[in-house]
Design a binder for this molecule. Structure first.
Ligand code: ADP
Ligand code: NA
Length: 332
């Protein structure tokens, strides 16, 4: 058996969204209450699979770190660091590039979405990124990966890579990690289009709530969120063909730590003109303490860098011996 260990990461490719908060960070903070070693990462090497302005990348790396800290990740308890500072990720990523098959990578829906029609012009890194993600997880022998639903396929690919490596080399060296996709808001959708997920890389700012949005901006975006003209149903099954309505109820449930049925027991029968202000008020109450703390932390970038540096040292202590052993298995 493998010692339980949690790993997850977020790309510093833009500001944090409510989707990242409900689908990832908030759940990491809850996880932190469990007596399991936990490793949380700013995955900057993933961010550069699409163009990043260098100054923006540096700022976003610190801002994301501030977001983790402000939301409640305790760097004395969890390991919090920046991926590119621990070179073991890249080294194991290369070995996994030689384990993963082209067909596996080309089947990834995120590759198809992000590369678009002109795949010849996408970076090679964009195609290979899930193999680096497998290295992020497995270089810590992580057994659990809390993520949003959009990352399920990549965690499954990680399991395939671990299984193939173990099989090819006749070892039982890498654990087969479990995706943990839990809670009411595992897939927060765009506020403008109920068929697209809310993402920091969506060109439309109105499509998402950013962790740094002020109260007026949050209220305005929720007021303008696409909905239908019906009142809210009193049970979850009444939301089945209403993606926009379901999304707002899921967000409410995630923020309030309630089930969808509990939310509808209270809000069933209400029109959106009444429900949207309730949601705005809740979102502002939950997000503004975090965004205030992020601004405070951002005033001392040296302190953020110091925390990341210490986290990288602790991360390396786990990753280095696992990489050394992997290379030995491979014949290096
Ligand atoms: P983004 O798509 O915003 O760039 P990342 O790819 O960095 O986000 O993902 C970081 C984490 O946030 C992952 O665990 C991912 O599943 C989660 N996540 C991202 N967007 C959403 C969303 N809309 N709903 C729920 N979880 C999400
Ligand atoms: Na993503």
């Amino acid at each position: 058996g493998f010692t339980p260990r949690v790993f997850s990461g977020i790309q510093p490719s833009g500001g944090l969204t409510l989707g990242n908060y409900l689908g990832a960070i908030k759940r990491f903070v809850e996880k932190q209450a469990e007596p399991i070693e936990q490793v949380y990462c700013v995955v900057d090497m993933h961010a550069i699979t699409v163009w990043q302005d260098p100054e923006a990348l540096r700022r976003q790396t610190r801002e994301l770190t501030a977001g983790y800290l402000a939301a409640g990740i305790d760097p004395t308890r969890s390991i919090l660091f920046n991926q590119s500072q621990v070179k073991e990720h890249a080294e194991l990523g290369w070995i996994f590039n030689c384990v993963a098959r082209m067909g596996w990578m080309q089947r990834m829906t995120q590759w198809k979405d992000k590369a678009g029609k002109n795949t010849q012009n996408a970076s090679l890194g964009l195609l290979a990124y899930p193999s680096l993600m497998a290295a992020d997880i497995l270089v810590y022998h992580a057994t659990e990966v809390p993520v949003g639903e959009d990352q399920k396929q990549h965690v499954e690919l990680t399991r395939d890579i671990a299984t193939k490596f173990n099989h090819d080399y006749g070892v039982d060296f890498f654990p087969i990690p479990e995706p943990r996709i839990e809670g009411a808001a595992t897939r927060v959708m765009s506020l403008r289009d109920g068929s697209k997920k809310m993402s920091k890389s969506d060109p439309s700012d109105a499509s998402r709530i950013n962790m740094t949005d002020d109260a007026d901006t949050i209220a305005k975006k929720i007021r303008k969120a696409k909905t239908d003209p019906e009142a809210l149903p009193s049970e979850a099954k009444g939301l089945e063909d209403r993606p926009e309505a379901r999304n707002l109820v899921n967000i409410y449930a995630g923020l309030a730590e309630m089930s969808v049925d509990q939310v509808l027991a209270e809000a069933g029968g209400k029109q959106f003109s009444e429900f949207k202000p309730m949601l705005s008020e809740l979102a502002v109450a939950k997000l503004s303490p975090i965004s205030n703390e992020m601004s405070r932390l951002m005033q001392d970038p040296a302190e953020i860098d110091r925390i990341l540096g210490q986290g990288a040292d602790r991360a390396r202590e786990i990753a280095a011996p696992i990489l050394t052993k992997t290379k030995e298995i491979v014949g290096m």
